[in-house]
Ligand binder design. Structure first.
Ligand SMILES: CC(C)(COP(=O)(O)OP(=O)(O)OC[C@H]1O[C@@H](n2cnc3c(N)ncnc32)[C@H](O)[C@@H]1OP(=O)(O)O)[C@@H](O)C(=O)NCCC(=O)NCCS
Length: 170
């Protein structure tokens, strides 16, 4: 069973393994979730935790979790507390990745299930998730957690389509 933990200096070495494996496999880790070369673990963790209360505009507040399985950080999942215009087109309330060597073991499905149980997710109530129509794994992850596909739109800024799902917790 995985456990969602908020970032901490203690977990930083395990998180670094996740980032290094993603980058080595040519996968994307969004800049705000990547420690920079001249940043020490405490500064990096503090930068992520600050996003929960005081995000730098135009970013919205978000809670970031590092899912732990058997001492390893197997991915990253974030809950955005509100939507802005960009997130309404692409991004939605929840974003996630699973470390390549831990994929196809149900971790994404479980991470999403657990984040939906958090008080903040229940307070938001109606959660939007987006993903590429051809991202089979992510579409299935969302569907397995009660996602309802409401539309597929063309997103001009990336020149690609995105499926829009809603998960209603109320
Ligand atoms: C999408 C992602 C998070 C899925 O992680 P995961 O832990 O492998 O997912 P799960 O094991 O929970 O699998 C979820 C479902 O997708 C299916 N699946 C997983 N990988 C698949 C693949 N490569 N091809 C087809 N189906 C796949 C699983 O069989 C499962 O389906 P089921 O519930 O019908 O059995 C992971 O592939 C990833 O990190 N991708 C890159 C980042 C990304 O796409 N993030 C989401 C952006 S919207």
């Amino acid at each position: 069973m995985i456990k969602l933990e908020e970032p901490s200096v203690e977990l930083f070495p395990a998180y670094r393994e996740f980032v290094l494996e993603m980058l080595a496999r040519g996968e994307t880790v969004w800049n705000p979730y990547t420690p920079s070369e001249n940043e020490n673990p405490a500064e990096f963790v503090e930068r992520i935790l600050r996003r929960k209360e005081n995000p730098e505009p135009p970013l919205v507040a978000e809670t970031v979790y590092w899912p732990i399985f058997d001492g390893s950080v197997v991915g990253r999942i974030s809950l955005r507390h509100t939507l802005n215009d960009n997130l309404r087109k692409m991004g939605g309330h929840i974003g996630y990745e699973v470390r390549p060597s831990f994929r196809r073991r149900g971790f994404a499905t479980e991470m999403l299930r657990q984040i939906l149980l958090t008080p903040k997710a229940r307070e938001i109530g109606d959660l939007m998730l987006t993903c590429a129509p051809d991202n089979i794994a992510s579409n299935r992850t969302i569907l397995a957690n009660g996602g309802i596909l409401t539309q597929t739109i063309y997103v001009e800024s990336i020149g690609a389509d995105r499926n829009h799902y809603w998960i209603r917790l109320r």
